[in-house]
Design a protein around this ligand. Sequence first.
Ligand SMILES: [Zn+2]
Length: 220
Amino acid sequence: MLLQEMRTDVLRYAQRMYKAGLTVGVSGNVSAIDRESNTIAITPSGMDYDELTPEDITLIDLEGQVVDGTRRPSSEKMLHIKIYQSRPDVNAVFHTHSTYATALAAMGEPIPVILAEVAAIAGGPIPVAPYARFGTPEFGDVAVAAMGDKPAALLQNHGVVCAGKDLQKAFLIAVDTEEAAKIYMFSLMAGKRAIRLNDEEIPVLHEIYATRYGQNPLKP
Ligand SMILES: [Zn+2]
């Protein structure tokens, strides 16, 4: 099987996404790219996450053509392709329908910087891409434009897209985005205006996260 390790990893993270409750039923999709061959491993269209095997993860090229695999690739492959084409720093993409973030997407409401975590991962609010029909190239274009250099965007009337250097980083962005959306929604439901972090603090937290958080090597 071509790119067996990458397909196995995509499968593992797709199942983690599902088990974490970031998507329900057969919605959502996950991919990773091999930059040397410009080959993308992506979850198949409309299959039960619990029943997937590495062979079900389809390999496609940057035109969306199937390179290897017997399954039809995710119907939202153009979203993934557009992100890989415009973001050389990104090697993994998650598209979820996580509940709280999708509720904000349905309201066209970005996630403001009300938590240190949002400042750290995104360096600013998590934006909302305007509505576009799923499965179309425009759906990818509006997501890319809204994301800019950020790791996530909400997709109006639809869901969420998250990206990262690898599957683990992109998965954690999806988890953190949903958590931040949940807390913001609770603050809205409490009828109070959550306090925004001040503008000087946001880039400092973003820089700390990018360079000194977790097991990244310490910068001198
Ligand atoms: Zn979707």
